[in-house]
Structures are given as C-alpha cells and as structure tokens.
Design a binder for this molecule. Structure first.
Ligand code: SF4
Length: 433
C-alpha cells in the first residue's frame, strides 16, 4: 500500500501544513511538491538489513543508491529519481515513512513524534539511501534523524544565539558587518540538519519567497551603498526554481555597489540532482558568483555530489565549504582529514570549520573547543595547506566570527620569536623589527 495512504489523518494534516506545502506555496513556477508523490511501496518486513557497500571515496559508484531505489521505489524510473523536483516531492517527512526504512531507537521515535513546534523532519530519498545498512550510531543519520536530546535546552543555549533577529533591519535580511548582508531567501530546505543554527526560522513555513518582502530587502540593499557582498541563504536558495533564482540574482546584479553574490547551500550533499546543466547555465550569467557549500562528513562525497560540484566548478563558480564540528559525527582528525581531501578533489576549498553554535537543544552535538584545536593541529602541516579550514566560533550575541588557532608562537628569546612546527619541534626566527 502506498505510504501516503497509510498515514493517519492527523499525520496527513501535519504534512500538509509543513514543508511540502511550504514549497508548493512558495515555488509557484516550479512546484516540486505539487507533483504526485511516488509511494515507498515495500512492506516493512522487506527493510534492507544488510550493510550496503557504500564506498566513501572515489571510485564510488551509485550502485547502493540504485539498490535502494529498486527496493523502496520499484516503480520509479531513473529519470524520476534523478529529477530534483521528484526528490523534493517524495521527501521522507513522517515517522511512518522513516520507520519503513530505518529501525528507529526509542530516542529517535519519540523525537519524531514530538516535532510539531520544532525544526521539521525532512530527508530526500537520495540522502535516505545513504543511511540504509547502518545503525543509529551512523554519522549521517545523526545529522538528519532527530533524537529527544533536541528538546533539552541547556545552560547558555538560545533559539537565536547569534542575535540575528536584533540585527535585521527588514524582514529576512541580517546586516551585521558593514559591507555585507545575509539575505534569507526562504525558510525551506530539501533536508533539515538537526543542528541548524537557524532552526528557529527554517522549515516553519513563515519566510516565503514573497515578492513584496524581497523587494523590501532589495530596497534596503539599494539604499545602503556600503554593501558590496550579499550572501543568499535561508533555508536553501537552491530549492527555488531556476526562474525565481534568476529573477533575484538579476535584481541584485543591477545594484551597482553589489560586487559579489554568494549562495550558501547544502544541495550538492543532500540533493545533487538539483545541479542541472540548466541551473549552472543560468548561474554563470551572474558572475562574480561564489558558493559556500555545506559538507559534514566524507560519506556525503558520493559520485553524485562529485558530479554536482564539477558542474558548478566548470561554470566558473568558486566553491568553498563550511563544516560544522559535530560530536559523534566528524570530531576526529581522521574523519575531518578524509572530508577535506574529498573536498579538494571536488574542487571545493575548505573554508570554515565552525564550532557548533549553542542553539537550543544542541548540547549533544557540541564538542569542547579543544577538540576543534586538536583537529586543526592534526591537519596543519600534515596535509596540503588548502585542506585546512579556518576554525571559528561565531560569537554568541552577534559578535561575528572569531578565528581560533592552536598555539604556534611559544614566546620570544634574544630578539627571536620561538615557533613550534607541526611536529612539535621548536625553531627561532630573528624578529628584527
Ligand atoms: S541546509 Fe542549512 S539552513 Fe537548511 S537545515 Fe541544514 S544547516 Fe539549516
């Protein structure tokens, strides 16, 4: 029986009011969720129990994803599977759908039942296919499947720890640094990350791609000539259809003092099918355009993600990556180094490693700061300099990003600076000035 027919009425109503409809309402030109959702059609007892051999590094093949598709979406064609609108329309966003594929723990099940006022659950079928064959301790699963710890607010946590709401001159625009703004285009993402800094906004269906709101934000940028850099974020701007994104980029490009536009997106990791030749053809008309991609773990670097990044890079878009340091997900030198090496091969420059923001219910994701410093120590000098991101803390209250570095300057001695290298050896540099 189709999975959407199995949902109880309450669950169907919840779904209607949540993410899928958000897109239907916002993306009028290309509404993925208005397409008929294709049911997961296998009975529960046919869950994949074996561990699939997903290779984390090239030559990776899409075979495990194909197997997943055959098992859970047998009627779906390759063409549909590779259509980003189909992927969005068929996101896993209910407990019942999640349980069709994963054996949930009690902590996961109770969390999925109680998300009404929290960041919703949504995972693309593509990303779900990466989770099968792994247990509840699997890194990628922790990033997208909720657990009850999300409901526990610890000391020092806040729904808006970076004070973005107090630095917002017009709805959907954050103006913290004099020369750049954060432009929240919509609150929709194809897959919701459980550690999202903007979980107070994202997925709640209140920040629409609404022309009047966007015009207000554009007007603010037009009349503020100090703004030379606009970062489009959200939500995920690449969940907009090509026409809408093209319109917004065109408006921004017509503002003389806007030198560069950046797009922050997790699409290449969770919905690489979105990076179509048509999309990159449109994007390349708006140079100089940069992209900040969001990769968290080496297992996200699949063949499909490689192809998406290749298309973007071939379109001349400089790609950087922002990675959040997450306990039990990527908090080791080995994992981080594997991720950074993948990124370089994907022509993505590791840009920031973020200490996880103290958003409400994030204690289970946060590591001590010393862990981040240990990772940087384990990378710097041990691998290509390009593979070493800048480790930062976004200062709570809106202070901006503060870089953190391990101690390499050990002191001064007789007109010399005493330096420690990556192997721990000491060297003196004559500091004549
Ligand atoms: S993609 Fe970005 S905005 Fe969307 S849930 Fe993940 S971290 Fe938040």
């Amino acid at each position: 029986m189709p999975i959407h027919q199995r949902r109880p009425a309450k669950a169907r109503a919840d779904v209607k009011s949540s993410c899928a409809n958000t897109v239907a309402a916002e993306v009028e030109e290309e509404p993925p969720s208005q397409q008929a959702a294709t049911p997961i059609s296998l009975p529960a007892e046919k869950k994949i129990k074996h561990k699939l051999s997903i290779q984390p590094s090239p030559p990776d093949t899409p075979t495990p994803r194909r197997r997943f598709k055959q098992l859970y979406y047998p009627a779906v064609t390759e063409r549909q599977w590779n259509d980003w609108r189909w992927q969005i329309a068929n996101r896993v966003h209910t407990l019942a759908q999640l349980e069709k594929v994963l054996d949930l723990t009690d902590r996961e099940r109770h969390a999925a039942m109680g998300l009404q006022t929290k960041l919703p659950l949504a995972i693309t079928p593509y990303f779900m296919s990466l989770l099968v064959g792994h247990g509840s301790d699997y890194a990628l699963r922790k990033t997208v499947v909720p657990v009850v710890d999300e409901f526990v607010k610890s000391v020092g946590e806040d729904d808006d720890p970076l004070g973005e709401d107090t630095q917002s001159p017009v709805p959907g625009l954050v103006h913290r640094y004099p020369d750049r703004v954060l432009f929240l285009t919509l609150d929709f993402c194809s897959t919701y990350c459980r550690y999202c800094t903007r979980s107070r906004v994202v997925g709640h269906g209140r920040l629409f791609f609404n022309r009047r709101r966007l015009e207000n934000a554009l007007d603010y940028i037009r009349r503020t000539p100090t703004i030379r850099d606009v970062l489009l974020s959200g939500g995920d701007p690449l969940t907009l259809g090509d026409a809408r994104l093209d319109w917004l980029l065109t408006q921004l490009r017509q503002i003389k003092h806007v030198e560069i536009i950046r797009i922050g997106t997790k699409i290449p990791a969770v919905l690489p099918q979105r990076v179509t030749p048509q999309l990159v053809k449109m994007l390349r008309r708006h140079h100089p355009l940069w992209m900040s991609l969001h990769f968290t773990h080496p297992d996200e670097c699949t063949t499909e993600s490689y192809r998406a990044c290749q298309r973007l890079a071939d379109a001349g878009i400089p790609l950087g990556s922002q990675t959040v340091l997450l306990k039990g997900v990527n908090d080791s030198v080995e994992i981080m180094s594997a991720l950074m090496h993948h990124l370089l091969q994907m022509r993505v420059r590791p840009y920031y490693l973020y200490q996880c923001d103290p958003i409400s219910g994030s204690a289970h994701f946060r590591t001590p700061v010393e862990k981040g410093l240990e990772i940087i120590r384990g990378l710097r000098g041990h691998t290509s300099g390009y593979a070493v991101p800048t480790y930062v803390i976004d200062a709570p209250g809106g202070g901006g990003k503060v870089p953190l570095m391990p101690e390499y300057v050990m002191g001064r001695e007789d007109g010399h600076v005493v330096l420690k290298n990556y192997e721990g050896n000491l060297y003196k540099y004559p500091d004549c000035c």
